[in-house]
Write a protein that binds this ligand. Structure first.
Ligand code: GDP
Ligand code: MG
Length: 305
């Protein structure tokens, strides 16, 4: 099943909540998720594959933006259950309507015909109940959702009953992944994402969108811990100075913020060595995009034969 919706409504937060583990990075900046990401939940008698997607939006026309929308589109077409997400405190926006239109268009194209589509109105912790009810009526007129769940992904409100409903509506099939696997991403790619998440927290305006993180070296050491060297790519020389900060201050803060979570992930101490380089306008450069891992589309259910 896939989770779709405009940027920043809380899709990745919900995925982490379902799994009880942080596999998707989350930030207050839109477009945090750039690629589709598989979360694997193995219950006593079921295995659910959750596909987190980049938000569907009409952003600047970069190749990266195109890749993000394509990743979300493909998820809609290949999933057997869909969960659309909106945010209660902003109401139903034109961007949400866009996603709903995309849904209406592609509904017939799914291999299984019509698939169940659920709606979660997230962030209800931010608004009064009486503001949610009109939204339920409004979206109900736009699309025949199978069921609508007012939700708080951060507080956990209604998350269990949503999960139960999703479970019940998924078709039966064999488990595709070993029970202890929670994502299809490598540890290396998770570390890249964690570093990117922390840079998103400390940067503003166009810089968050301009950053790509690449692990250049990964050297395990029994006594010294794991040495990880990563490069943070920005698009312009001027951004490089900002990201490094006065006397390397900002880069240091990013490293300090990322290291504890990376250590948890690799289960040991880590020496994190961060560098900043310029890759001119990489979001428009097909070669760079591939190099940074946003090139081709990943097969969704990779290990299914
Ligand atoms: P995505 O772009 O849809 O994946 O959204 P994220 O999961 O990255 O979340 C975007 C922002 O919304 C983050 O700052 C989250 O902490 C916040 N957020 C997510 N769910 C909730 C919620 O239920 N309530 C509140 N108040 N904030 C939330
Ligand atoms: Mg996300």
């Amino acid at each position: 099943m896939a989770i779709i919706g405009r940027p920043n409504v809380g899709k990745s937060t919900l995925l982490n909540r379902f799994l009880g583990e942080k596999i998707a990075i989350v930030s207050p900046k839109p477009e945090t998720t750039r690629d589709r990401l598989l979360g694997i939940l193995t219950l006593r008698n079921a295995q659910i594959l959750f596909l987190d997607t980049p938000g569907i939006y009409r952003g600047p026309r970069t190749l990266l933006a195109k890749h993000q929308v394509q990743a979300a589109r493909q998820a809609i077409e290949e999933a057997n259950v869909l969960l659309l997400m909106t945010a209660a405190q902003s109401g139903i926006l034109e961007e949400d309507r866009q996603v709903i239109r995309l849904l209406s268009k592609s509904k017939g194209q799914s291999p299984s015909g019509t698939i169940p589509v659920f709606l979660a109105i997230n962030k209800v912790d931010r608004v009064e109940k009486k503001r949610v009810l009109p939204q339920i009526e409004e979206v109900g007129r736009l699309f025949p959702f199978k069921e609508i769940f007012p939700l708080s992904a951060t507080k956990g409100t209604n998350v269990d009953s949503l999960l139960e409903t999703l479970c019940a509506s998924l078709p039966e099939g064999p488990a595709l992944y070993p029970p202890d696997q929670v994502t299809d991403r490598s540890t290396r790619s998770q570390v890249q994402e964690l570093i990117r998440e922390k840079t998103l927290l400390f940067t503003h305006e166009e810089i968050p969108h301009s950053i790509a993180v690449i692990i250049e070296e990964w050297r395990p050491g029994k006594k010294t811990g794991t040495y990880i060297r990563a490069t943070l790519y920005v698009e312009r020389e001027s951004q490089k100075g900002i990201l490094i900060g006065t006397q390397g201050g900002l880069l240091k803060r990013i490293g300090q913020a990322a290291r504890p979570e990376i250590q948890e992930l690799v289960e040991g101490s880590v020496f994190l060595d961060l560098w900043v380089k310029v890759a001119e306008n990489w979001r428009k450069d097909p070669r760079r995009l591939r190099e940074f891992g946003y090139g081709g589309n990943l097969p969704i259910y990779a290990s299914s034969s």
